[in-house]
Design a protein around this ligand. Sequence first.
Ligand SMILES: [Zn+2]
Length: 98
Amino acid sequence: MQKIELQNRIDLEIFCPFCGTKVRSDEGLKTCEHVLYHASDYSFEYVKIGIGFDTDVDLGESSMDEYTDALEFENSFKIAVYDPPPSLFGGYVAFQKV
Ligand SMILES: [Zn+2]
């Protein structure tokens, strides 16, 4: 999946590029029809119904970042935001043009 990485921006507000919904902010996570998933290094917080897995999916040996990098959906991309070092804790959201 195409990926946009932003360092030191775990607190970044992210808006859906297709409909403008504010999907990630200090008010929490929201979804719209374009969001494929919300995830952090701990877990999936939201997975769109019908995309082939759910929030309980087994990542195997992969980190969340690796697992979500390997997912392929048409017309989609992932935004990854990371805490500053040494934490580098990640938050991930993916959008798909529907
Ligand atoms: Zn949207």
